[in-house]
Design a protein around this ligand. Structure first.
Ligand code: GLV
Length: 322
């Protein structure tokens, strides 16, 4: 039997590429340069599935131009806001994603952002690297304590819950808003706020963990920022589109928000120059799931799902559409 053909748009961890080459005719991208829409359409000719990443924007227009040979889109991500699901549904394409395997790494990265923002890690690192550090001073770069503070989690899914678990270890008090209240064994004492406004009012720290959808896009805007306690700290390892960055920047300048820890941006890979130049921003380049273990597990999960699909079985990690 001939092996199905997979077009892989970016470099993947070595073990993943090796397995792809074993199980499939894999068209890899050794240069790792992102494909333009036109290139993606051209390179898809004859492929049975596409293994894409977050830098590929699969708009309705692009999906409509994919060759009929393509039966599935596997995305190397847990988020799928870069794929027009209605168009995929119309074309009867299976959409496969990577839930579960990146929860722990993303929760770890969220705590890194939280602590980095609270303890002014970026300013400290820059001072040290500049060669101007004069030695410890009692009043140098004083940050904010996290223990005993309230952490507001917006979106209490797998990652939100894993963040809560870690933050409890830092003696934080957990509050959350979610579409549905969690059962007590998963809530673990966290305080549920049915109204998001009530969550915002108590959030000394606010961490966003919901997907980007038309409903959540622009969630954190000036009027919601105004509800936060003065000198709150905001963390975002979910999607940049959840925050109106101009409003966030104004609040960072006024001091309403003391600091921010960001892994994601409104217009990736372009980062607003104000965010880059303000001292009270702790910034990472979308590294949430970036560990060898997790990125390998993500690739293996996609291959398991593609194997099931091409064996005529139902893949476990299909995005539910339609
Ligand atoms: C990362 O942002 C992902 O969606 O996996």
């Amino acid at each position: 039997m001939t092996k199905p053909t997979i077009l892989v748009t970016r470099r993947l961890p070595v073990a993943v590429e090796q397995r792809l080459q074993q199980d499939y005719t894999a068209w890899l991208n050794p240069s790792d340069q992102p494909y333009s829409s036109a290139e993606l359409i051209a390179k898809s000719q004859g492929a049975d599935a596409l293994l894409i990443s977050l830098t590929d924007r699969l708009t309705a227009d692009l999906i409509q131009q994919l060759p009929t040979s393509v039966k599935a889109i596997a995305t190397f991500s847990v988020g799928y806001d870069h794929i027009d699901l209605a168009a995929a549904h119309q074309r009867q394409l299976a959409v496969i994603y990577t839930p579960g395997v990146l929860t722990e790494a993303t929760a770890d990265a969220t705590l890194l952002l939280l602590l980095g923002a609270a303890r002014r890690a970026s300013e400290g690192e820059q001072l040290l690297r500049s060669g101007n550090w004069q030695g410890i001073r009692p009043t140098e770069l004083l940050g904010t304590e996290v223990h005993g503070k309230r952490l507001g989690i917006y979106g209490m899914g797998r990652i939100g819950q894993a963040v809560a678990q870690r933050a409890r270890g830092f003696m934080m008090e957990i509050h959350y808003h979610n579409r549905h209240r969690l059962p007590p064994e998963r809530e673990q004492g966290a305080v549920f706020h049915e109204q998001v406004e009530d969550l915002l009012r108590v959030s000394d720290f606010l961490s966003l963990h919901c997907p980007s959808t038309p409903e959540t896009e622009g969630f954190l805007n000036a009027s919601r920022i105004a509800l936060l306690p003065d000198r709150a700290i905001v963390i975002n390892a979910a999607r940049g589109t959840l925050i109106v960055e101009d409003d966030l920047i104004a609040a960072l300048r006024s001091g309403k928000i003391a600091a921010v820890g960001l892994d994601v941006y409104q217009n990736e890979p372009h980062v607003n120059p104000a965010l880059r130049s303000l001292p009270n921003t702790f910034l990472l380049p979308h590294l949430g799931s970036a560990t060898v273990e997790t990125r390998t597990a993500m690739g293996m999960l996609l291959i398991d799902n593609l194997n099931a699909l091409f064996a005529g079985k139902q893949p476990l990690n299909l995005v539910k559409i339609g």
